[in-house]
Design a protein around this ligand. Sequence first.
Ligand SMILES: *[C@@H]1O[C@H](CO)[C@@H](O)[C@H](O)[C@H]1NC(C)=O
Ligand SMILES: *[C@@H]1O[C@H](CO)[C@@H](O)[C@H](O)[C@H]1NC(C)=O
Length: 480
Amino acid sequence: MVKICCIGAGYVGGPTMAVIAVKCPAIEVVVVDISKPRIDAWNSDKLPIYEPGLDEVVKACRGRNLFFSTDVEKHVAEADIIFVSVNTPTKTRGLGAGKAADLTYWESAARMIADVSKSDKIVVEKSTVPVKTAEAIEKILTHNSKGINYQILSNPEFLAEGTAIEDLFKPDRVLIGGRETPEGRKAVQALKEVYAHWVPEENIITTNLWSAELSKLAANAFLAQRISSVNAMSALCEATGANVSEVSYAIGKDSRIGPKFLNASVGFGGSCFQKDILNLVYICECNGLPEVANYWKQVIKINDYQKSRFVNRVVSSMFNTVSSKKVAVLGFAFKKDTGDTRETPAIDVCKGLLGDKAHVSIYDPEVTEEQIQRDLAMNKFDWDHPMHLQPTSPSAIKQVSVVWDAYEATKGAHAVCILTEWNEFKELDYQKIFDNMQKPAFVFDGRNVVDAEKLREIGFIVYSIGKPLDAWLKDMPAIA
Ligand SMILES: *[C@@H]1O[C@H](CO)[C@@H](O)[C@H](O)[C@H]1NC(C)=O
Ligand SMILES: *[C@@H]1O[C@H](CO)[C@@H](O)[C@H](O)[C@H]1NC(C)=O
């Protein structure tokens, strides 16, 4: 019986291992983590992360061939294949701060593997790591090998939050990178056989190690670039009277461009896009490629511009001040169907509104009050370093309230900002919301989810990203 162990029970490790276990009943899969609360949660009825379909998959195989444990060393020692899925946050201090990946957790995982191993291992990089990490990890392992043979593979994860289980069941592709030696090829084959239980052979791509590592960064950079491109167009649409939905539709009909990922929004978020691009930028700089670095940096600059443009639009529309005005924020997660708030544009938008002394009332169906207060008190990049958490400033707490209902959030508010495209925001009773708001009542739709025409009929002044502006908004040009 093949034994798999995964170090790190987070967003990637948990769902990926659950799907391997459910698809490969003959393989024993153990997910280990040093965090006892996290492992306890995986062993409970309330899993530590929310993903549609995840509960069912875990229930189907937990206790059968899927286990969650804090006994890290025992399970690492017993495993044939070890996935390493630990945090690779952006460094907050020292060389490369704000750009380079912090490999502290990775290095200690590698040293621990070297310490406890008594048999040959295949070690698989599952977290997004900078190119050539495998080489460093390989060095740590081989210099401490005690005669054990280690093969390092890169098997980057392409799953998207909110559709993780679906993506894992039917991946566009599985990518496995390894050394181009006979042992390396054997290790690639062993991992390929695991995926071949449910993924068609032609969808499993094998490459060299560096190509696999770089492909992950490149894929995320291209996706983020698409969003920044359409968001850049959205600013031009507003200025010219073009309609970004029509532009997106028209360009998406070109089969070379394709229709996906062309929605204008208040900006991209999530744990990967910004981090991976910063990483790419850093790698380019280290390799003497400043022009390439600047090219990718611009993708992040446009994303930041889009968020500040949104805040400026809100403030300028409301007579250039939101001081002491209640602003309802609907949606805080970085996208719908997830409770994840890492790098969500809502953080920067709320901070912008709070900076202008607004009272912000937030509702999100999946994000807890504790999480929101923590996000709004944190500095950039702190989310990955829970131990460096700073205390929430008391004044920020007073200006923010978190409620469990969209009607409660909007009651008495001057404006509504929609920052996540949750389906339920399309179906709200906007007449009721309008009746309970201050007048004039504004809706700033950062995700183009509402039917702007209907809302205008009710009496709202509506701003939709990238759409022709209401006369009111035209008269109050945003200071960009
Ligand atoms: C923008 O275009 C979409 C798609 O054609 C359309 O449904 C919408 O009404 C347009 N919005 C405005 C404000 O013209
Ligand atoms: C993105 O745009 C497409 C096409 O206009 C639309 O069908 C889809 O619902 C939009 N997605 C989101 C998340 O708004």
